[in-house]
Design a binder for this molecule. Structure first.
Ligand code: WT7
Length: 658
């Protein structure tokens, strides 16, 4: 079993937590759905999804719900036509909700802006007209490298409106990461801002784009939002200010209906190799599942809820649960630009109180940070408006779950622990807040319409109380349609492990408890999960060896009380570099180098200088043993090492910096 090492303790922990939290009678009585939804979906899955799709506006209805004849390349709602942006904006205005606030935007320095659906329609129309004037049309790619500004939402929806694809790159990624993503997608335009506010300071952002774009021949224009007023370099002709190009555009734009399978976006995510994968999502099926899951998992009441998802728009959570799901449902939501401790550690709770937030969706790493800051901080604010809490990105430990429920949810609110991935596009496994008796630490049940199983290495479903690998054994509407430009990699990565069975292999270990509920146990591949962000070990290793002083590098994710995993690197230095580079300053420079190559999130927590790396006879690095060292455990079985004395050498001679 390729259950991740170091998980067994966690597992014992989890299984000792046996309390359940059923919804209150009051909550259950007002919930959007009941347990009958599972029965309905089981009776006829395709009819069930067709019914969900009918909640959207289609210009042309589909002729077939699912075409899986060319598996694993799916087509959902075949021949159907719709405009995604129309569904997220215009139709709410046409239904008389133009005055409803779509976005309560809160800037880090304390400025704020309210945008109604009618205003959103005008902003998106202007942006679409502006992009069209820059030559963007259906099928083109637009890179978006922005902080959490309303313009990020306008830009994404403007692309959707034009049938163009966006590729949002997280603003914390380096210029190098931006360059490779732009080149892979062959984007025509990149949208950015002069700078971004981070912990009270205006930091440059466009400068990264200037560096990246020096190596991206496909980019014709850089569209720049003026957010901070800091100085920027300007390339006449190529660079355009948002306020020059967008502001004067007509605020009307007629949306065109596109095929249900029209590509909507590419979002890059780390795989087990160094090269990030461009995950491709399309329109009709994606929007159907985004809207459905947002409505059912969060029990959304569009007229009265104030929803807040704290993710960044640069991750899939921001795509599906800030932009497409909530807006397709006509929700009112908070978008916050900054960090949770600017200017103080109560900022999130101040915002919840200010807007009367009712649904709050965040990551376990954030919850654990709040725990560290102390329960007395949220206790200072009125959080009684909250009625549903959500968690996403990594397994949530029962302690954090209980803390969240008690200190944020007033021992009252249901918590939904939502399992999904960039590839799945939308939530797959989660409790339903008005139905499920929640178990702290378990995502529990595939949603109505979704099928997931825990299987052994041969694909056979394991029994209750047993662990294995998580697979998705039925196609789902918001599934990825491929890896941009690399069909083979798509098949190899997700569909080859259980090829005979046609299962999608998620890369996660999981376990059924004795009731048959699913507990996620973390990745089983060489992918780390740091603060809910996926980072590949190989990517960090490549960054390390690109430094002149490093001969070889091996990277592991070691468990970390706050971030879930922390990055620990083992490096062999080049001859001569050893003395100079093993000093604190030199190791700090190496960490900085990784940050510059990939982004600050990939910076190793710790770097250890070693004389050798543990390898099998075929040359594969045995990360399991390095993880033992990184987590201060006794080193496990070394019999498959080419040279079994290597681990002694490593343990003896450790010099480290953190
Ligand atoms: C990986 C996907 C889905 C949006 C954020 C991350 C882990 C995600 C959970 C959860 C246990 C989880 C998995 C998955 N993961 N949610 N509720 N419980 N693990 O998206 O970057 O594509 O990462 O995150 O390991 O495979 P992503």
């Amino acid at each position: 079993m390729s259950q991740p090492d170091g998980q067994s303790n966690t597992l014992d922990n989890l299984l000792n937590e046996s309390r359940t939290f059923p919804p209150s009678e009051e909550f259950a009585a007002q919930a959007n759905v009941t347990s009958a939804l599972y029965d309905e979906a089981n009776a006829d899955r395709e009819a069930f999804w067709a019914k969900q799709a009918e909640g959207l506006h289609w210009d042309t209805k589909w002729s077939q719900v699912l075409d899986w004849s060319n598996a694993p390349f799916a087509k959902w709602f075949v021949d159907g036509k719709l405009n995604v942006a129309y569904n997220c904006v215009d139709r709410h205005v046409e239904a008389g909700h133009g005055d409803r606030v779509a976005i309560y935007w809160e800037g880090e320095p304390g400025d704020s802006r309210q945008i109604t659906y009618a205003e959103l329609q005008r902003e998106v129309s202007r942006t679409a007209n502006a992009l069209a004037s820059l030559g963007v049309g259906a099928g083109d790619r637009v890179a978006i490298y922005l902080p959490m500004l309303p313009e990020a939402v306008f830009s994404m929806l403007a692309c959707a409106r034009l049938g163009a694809m966006h590729s949002v790159v997280f603003g914390g990624f380096s210029s190098e990461a931006l360059r490779t993503r732009i080149n892979d997608a062959q984007a025509k335009v990149v949208i950015t801002s002069d700078g971004q506010y981070r912990r009270g300071k205006a930091m440059p952002l466009k400068a990264n784009v200037d560096d990246a774009v020096a190596g991206t021949p496909s980019i014709e224009h850089v569209l720049v939002v003026n957010r901070t007023g800091i100085d920027v370099e300007w390339h006449d002709g190529r660079d355009k200010w948002w306020h020059d190009v967008v502001a004067d555009q007509p605020d009307q734009h007629t949306p065109e209906a596109f095929d249900s399978e029209q590509p909507l976006f590419i979002l890059y995510t780390s795989g087990t190799t160094g090269k990030p994968k461009g995950i491709l999502h399309t329109s009709g099926g994606y929007l159907t599942q985004a809207a459905y899951t947002h409505r059912t998992v969060f029990d959304l009441k569009a007229e009265s809820d104030i929803y807040w998802c704290t993710a960044d728009i640069g991750w899939v959570t921001g795509h599906t649960y800030i932009v497409y799901g909530p807006l397709a449902n006509g929700a009112s939501q908070v978008i916050y630009e900054g960090t949770p401790n600017t200017p103080h550690e109560g900022r999130h709770w101040e915002i919840v109180q200010k807007y009367g937030v009712t649904i709050y969706y965040t990551a376990p790493t954030t919850i654990r940070t709040f725990m560290k800051w102390g329960a007395e901080i949220p206790a200072k604010y009125d959080l009684s408006s909250l009625r549903v809490l959500g968690s996403v990105g990594e397994p949530i430990n029962p302690e954090a779950w209980i803390w969240y429920r008690k200190n944020i949810g007033g021992d009252r609110t249901p918590i939904v622990d939502t399992w999904w991935q960039t590839e799945t596009g939308a939530i797959m496994i989660s409790p339903l807040p008005g139905v499920t008796a929640a178990k702290p630490g378990s995502a529990q049940t595939p949603l109505p319409g979704i099928s997931a199983k825990v299987v052994n290495e041969t694909g056979k479903q394991v029994g209750n109380g047993e662990g294995g690998l998580l697979v998705l054994d039925q196609p789902w509407p918001s599934m990825l349609r491929g890896i941009w430009g690399d069909d083979q990699r798509y098949k190899d990565t997700y569909w080859s492990k259980f090829a005979d069975l046609g299962y999608y292999f998620a890369g996660d270990g999981a376990k059924y408890d004795t009731d048959g509920d699913i507990w996620l146990l973390g990745r089983v591949d060489d992918v780390m999960n740091v603060s809910g962000h996926r980072i590949s070990t190989t990517e960090v290793e490549s960054a390390l060896v690109s430094h002149p002083s490093v001969a070889e590098a091996a990277v592991v994710g070691a468990s970390d009380p706050t971030t879930g995993q922390g990055i620990v690197a083992f490096v062999i230095l080049r001859g001569g570099a050893e003395d100079a580079a093993s000093g604190e300053a030199a190791l700090a420079a190496l960490r900085e180098h990784v940050s510059k190559e990939i982004g600050p999130i990939a910076k190793p927590r710790q770097i250890m200088v070693v004389p050798e790396l543990p390898k099998t006879r075929s040359g594969k690095i045995m990360r399991r043993l390095l993880r033992d060292v990184a987590e201060n455990r006794e080193v496990g079985d070394v019999t498959t090492l080419a040279d079994s004395s290597v681990m002694d050498l490593i343990s003896k001679g450790l010099k480290s910096s953190s």
